[in-house]
Design a protein around this ligand. Structure first.
Ligand code: HBI
Ligand code: FE
Length: 304
């Protein structure tokens, strides 16, 4: 039991945060320069996302009116979001322990970083800020099917706490919620938050010949390593949000059994017989490695 208790215990919340790690957003404390960063990032993304982001994402942006300019006030968007899917956004100081994160998701609360990146960090930051979390993740939570998926993911995470399969779940999160693509009648579209909140990767993920684009398979994704420091080397494509929701209805017990005996897959793997939409050249990753940019692939999640 000690092992399970240890994994359930997590560090105490930082000073000023509540036991569930939430803090007040303090919308009135944001300065004009911080609102300007939001508007700059927002307008940059809106110049490239139509035709690249999926319809659910674009509809969610409109439904929550996140283009009103400036950092959204959670007191304004939460009643609208709750009416649509029962979700709300809660402010947190930054990354929270897995157990806390899953507990919020299981209760339809999305933890969003309260801070926004500095003007000199527009293109990369190490921890999810309010632009990554609210612009990237929240519009999809207006879609009832995706909203169900995210809550089921949180419940699955709470169940997996006692097991040593968190890293498998974190990969599922990474390759769907953060970096997922979907098939549509008009072609591939983005639904992953890590992509839609990144100007360069919004283009790279769909158009560059370098990364693999493979059909989504739950067990395969859970075996696949990923990297947290650069563009992804593989993107997984779902046929629909409903198909994604369906995977959470499976009993993960037998799946975890099979995963226990299955070796991890390197990020540039293409398996025989799997659906290959693009067999990537991996040229971008090779150039990054040659330039000494490539870190070792990670297996633990750090939302980008
Ligand atoms: N905390 N605030 C925050 N945001 C995240 O996206 C997040 C987190 N903690 C853990 C986490 N993501 C990952 O471990 C997920 O894969 C569970
Ligand atoms: Fe994220």
């Amino acid at each position: 039991m000690a092992a399970i208790e240890t994994s359930l215990r997590h560090p105490a919340p930082p000073p000023g945060a509540r036991p569930d790690w939430t803090i007040d957003q303090g919308w009135s404390t944001y300065g004009a320069d911080e609102h300007r960063v939001w508007t700059t990032l927002y307008e940059r993304q809106l110049s490239i996302l139509p035709g690249r982001a999926c319809e659910s994402f674009l509809r969610g942006l409109d439904a929550l009116d996140l283009h009103r300019g400036g950092i959204p006030d959670f007191h304004r968007i939460n009643p609208e979001l709750q009416k649509l899917t029962g979700w709300s956004v809660v402010a947190v100081p930054g990354l929270v322990p897995d157990a806390v994160f899953f507990e919020h998701l299981a209760n339809r609360r999305f933890p969003a970083g309260q801070f926004i990146r500095r003007p000199d960090q527009l293109d990369y930051l190490s921890e999810p800020d309010i632009f990554h979390d609210v612009f990237g993740h929240v519009p999809m939570l207006t879609d009832p099917v995706f909203a169900d998926y995210m809550q089921a993911y949180g419940k699955g995470g709470l169940r997996a706490q006692g097991l040593d399969h968190l890293h498998h779940l974190a990969r599922l999160y990474w390759y769907t919620v953060e970096f997922g693509l979907m098939d549509t009648a008009e072609g591939l579209r983005i639904y992953g938050a890590g992509i839609v909140s990144s100007r360069a990767e919004s283009v790279f993920c769909l158009e560059d010949p370098s990364p693999h684009r493979l059909g989504f398979d739950l067990e395969r994704v859970m075996r696949t390593l990923y990297r947290i420091d650069d563009f992804q080397q593989v993107y997984f494509v779902i046929s629909s949000l409903e198909a994604l929701r369906q995977v959470t209805l499976e009993d993960f017990g037998p799946l975890y059994q099979r995963l226990s005996g299955a070796p991890d897959l390197a990020i540039d793997t293409v398996l025989p017989g799997e659906r290959v939409l693009n067999h990537g050249s991996q040229a971008y990753a090779q150039a990054a490695t040659d330039a000494g940019r490539g870190a070792t692939p990670a297996t633990t999640a750090l939302a980008s």
